[in-house]
Design a protein around this ligand. Structure first.
Ligand code: UTP
Length: 302
């Protein structure tokens, strides 16, 4: 079985749920605490052993390519000023020369079309697909666990999580079959089913490992929901030829494609950052008009 080496990041969407910011800033570049959303997703891929990062960009997304470039003057200035810890940190995050590729999806015709734009850069090997507006927090790294499962099962892997059973109409939902290794067989995939027809409450959370045969199917995929070329439609056709397995991620996923999920992500990642937890907790309590736990116990108010 070919080793999983490449990851695709489709960043060509218009981000209309994040207007007006996305008039000028790609949503993938909006920061959660102190780094752009896209950095979290690239870090997840790197931790999972990915060696090549493929970005499907579009108009007004050039800043993403600049972000992953070496900022020579900045690095020199940091060195001259002795800010070596900051410099080391930037170097850690920096992709190595030749590890990134960028191609444009000239017209945003949908996620399926964006993935298809990566066909030549991926070639004839399995690849990871990470939706950059979904970022994760947990004891395990979602893509690392998917890679482990893929090494045992081959085929295609989709990460899933539980949603409120009343909310299935907001997600792509899978049907759960027999357990296989640390995952399970996917029996069906349904785009946004009503709660009474949904096969489960397990939603696809934005992480995939796909076989290259998906590209031939995407090439002929007709437009679907929203008049866009949908990845799920091509995956359903691939399922007629190849196995799909689910990996149940038990951490948290934040949908940073909408303001609510983005605010949640900022709170969660700030709370997890060393030295910031107490500050965030205090600010939240102040905003809510609550006192800190020990103050409540003594009846004192700050
Ligand atoms: P979304 O459904 O979040 O679409 O796409 P969007 O256009 O970015 O955002 P809204 O709905 O207008 O607010 C899921 C992922 O697929 C990418 C997006 O960049 C996002 O990471 N995408 C979507 C593309 O790369 N190209 C497309 O044509 C559509």
């Amino acid at each position: 079985m070919k080793k999983l080496r490449k990851a695709v990041f489709p960043v060509a969407g218009l981000g209309t749920r994040f207007l007006p910011a996305t008039k000028a800033v790609p949503k993938e570049m909006i920061t959660v605490v102190d780094r752009p959303v896209i950095q979290y997703v690239v870090d997840e891929a790197r931790k999972a052993g990915i060696e090549h990062f493929i970005f499907i960009t579009g108009r007004n997304k050039g800043v993403i390519e600049d972000y992953f470039d070496v900022q020579f003057e900045l690095y020199e200035t940091l060195r001259e000023r002795g800010k070596l810890a900051a410099l080391d940190h930037l170097n850690e995050l920096q992709p190595k020369p030749g590890q990134t590729s960028f191609t444009r999806q000239q017209v945003p015709l949908g996620l399926g079309h964006a993935v298809w734009c990566a066909r030549d850069l991926v070639g004839d090997e399995p690849f990871a697909l990470l939706l950059p507006d979904m970022i994760m927090q947990g004891e395990t790294n979602c893509l690392t666990e998917m890679v482990k499962l893929h090494e045992r099962t081959g085929g295609n892997i989709v990460a899933v999580q539980e949603c409120d059973p009343k909310e299935t109409h907001r997600y792509g939902i899978v049907g759960r079959g027999a357990d296989v290794e640390q995952g399970f067989e996917i029996t069906e995939m349904v785009e946004k089913p009503a709660p009474d027809t949904a096969p489960s409450n397990l939603y696809i959370n934005g992480r995939y490992i796909l076989q290259p045969e998906i590209f031939d199917l995407l090439a002929t995929q007709e437009r679907g929901t929203g008049n866009e070329i949908q990845l799920t439609d091509a995956m359903l056709r691939l399922q007629a030829q190849q196995n799909f397995y689910g990996y149940h991620f038990t951490g948290r996923t934040f949908d940073c494609g909408n303001p609510e999920g983005f605010v949640e992500a900022n709170m969660a990642f700030a709370m997890a950052r060393p030295g910031m937890h107490a500050h965030v907790e205090k600010v939240m309590r102040d905003l809510l008009g609550e006192s800190a736990p020990q103050e409540r116990r003594t009846g004192a108010r700050g």
